[in-house]
Design a protein around this ligand. Structure first.
Ligand code: CP
Length: 303
């Protein structure tokens, strides 16, 4: 079973994955043999700490094996993506791919004969959202009725949070003055608006006051942040998004916990003080990527 976007999963599939992630976190020893003899290909076009490590360690903890493939050192750079994916899929039982472009991920998935998991593309980051819901469920005690406020640019992470929340009864309010053009998904937005669980506003203070969880992400892709050719756009975005920063002043008007998918640009979308505060649950959130990944692997690879 592929995980390209959570739009493709039913509420029941997502809830069952979260149940399993909780159980694998509580009882890791019960799952040590779950993927014995199975191999995972991990193809990354972009850098990663959390996604790469949690999938690789997750496979080890489930009794399987992971093979990391840096895109630049493979012949994916030279050949048709679908052809290379078909060959890779003859060696492994599942593929995690972090691709820059969603369309390239779709080409890879159509060539593969084994399940493909999206390890983050420009449109979705489904594995992040599964880990995030696991964190919300742990902290709030349940998902149904919890209120998540996402502030910043509407991007791949935001899309997957929307898709996940509206399937699990989590209310989500998006405070985003702009959408990342590569992430725009009108079909998702229509489903969100019809769900009764989704709201949009630019009033961050009012939204934060009503939030249980306040979530933000980088306004500028990490690889462009120091890139001089991106300087003008970087300066424009900093001016446009700074009013939506999660900072100490905002937290004085809110009781919400603070979440971030990481890595963060401290001082931009979130202050260093907020990141280090007792309200921040970002490290627990990052840990939960491991438990969520294990549940995703078992569901996708048929354990
Ligand atoms: N949040 C996230 O996907 O982190 P990495 O880019 O380090 O994998």
């Amino acid at each position: 079973m592929d995980l390209i976007t959570l739009k493709d999963w039913t509420s029941e599939e997502l809830q069952a994955t979260l149940d399993e992630a909780m159980d694998v976190k509580d009882h890791p020893d019960l799952y040590r043999q779950s993927l014995v003899g199975q191999s995972l290909g991990m193809l990354f076009q972009k850098t990663s700490t959390r996604t790469r490590t949690s999938f690789e360690v997750g496979m080890t903890q489930l009794g399987g094996h992971a093979v990391y493939l840096d895109w630049r050192s493979t012949n994916f750079t030279l050949a048709d993506i679908g052809d290379e994916a078909q060959v890779l899929s003859r060696y492994v039982d599942g593929i995690v791919a972090r691709m820059m472009r969603h369309d390239d991920l779709l080409d890879l998935a159509s060539g593969s004969e084994v399940p493909v998991i999206n390890g983050c593309c420009d449109r979705y980051h489904p594995c992040q959202a599964v880990g995030d819901l696991l964190t919300i469920r742990e902290v709030a005690g349940k998902l149904d009725g919890a209120h998540l406020v996402y502030a910043g640019i509407r991007n791949n992470v935001c899309n997957s949070l929307i898709a996940a929340c509206i399937k699990t009864g989590v209310r989500i309010t998006v405070v985003a003055p702009e959408v990342n053009p590569a992430s725009d998904d009108p079909e998702l937005m229509e489903a969100a608006r019809e769900s009764g669980l989704f709201a949009e506003t630019l009033d961050l203070v009012a939204a934060a006051a009503a939030a249980d969880f306040l979530y933000t992400d980088t306004w500028i892709d990490m690889e462009f942040f120091e890139d001089d050719s991106f300087r003008e756009e970087r300066e424009r975005r900093i001016a446009a998004f700074t009013p939506y920063q999660i900072n100490e002043s905002l937290l004085e008007k809110s009781d919400a916990y603070v979440m971030h998918c990481l890595p963060a640009h401290k001082g931009y979308e979130v202050t260093a003080g907020v990141m280090a505060s007792e309200r921040s649950i970002v490290i627990d959130q990052a840990e939960n990527r491991l438990h969520a990944q294990k549940a995703i692997l078992m569901r996708s690879m048929g354990a």
